[in-house]
Design a binder for this molecule. Sequence first.
Ligand code: HEC
Length: 140
Amino acid sequence: MKACRRSLTVVAAAAALVAGAGTMAAWAQGEWKAPADQKNVKNPLADKKADKALLGEGKKIAETNCVTCHGPEGKGNGPAAAALPPPKPADWTSAKVASETDGEIFWKISNGRGAMPPWKHLPDNQRWQLVNYIRSLQKK
Ligand code: HEC
């Protein structure tokens, strides 16, 4: 139930963002690129990409914070996605996301853009777990 209530909060937050979008002159558009110096940032959990327990942790963090927009399989089709203006929540399993480095994905999770919130308040370790979890979805 707890997770449910949190999901509703995110949906409400997304709706509020949409309501404000019309007045936001600088709504982010076009291709979203991480700064070049983030490309080679090393994933401290790079050797743990097959660690089932750790991936389970990553999944839980995603379920709490991300799936309302990105969907349960990370395809970008969560319940809040329909209400958002473009750019829509990214499909984590797309070739585009798959082609990015761990460092770039980590930077995007940390900084956000437009409707994508910044997640800097999550500990680094949890954000890298999310990167590993996203990678595990891409392999399916
Ligand atoms: C309120 C909706 C929302 C939530 C919640 C959300 N995202 Fe996003 N996310 C977006 C949107 C919208 C974009 C596309 C932003 C753009 O292109 O400007 C995006 C883009 C991304 C991208 C970039 C893909 C790429 O390579 O361009 C990643 C990675 C991502 N989200 C991960 C996450 C993770 C991890 C979480 C949870 C910790 C999360 N998101 C939570 C809406 C959301």
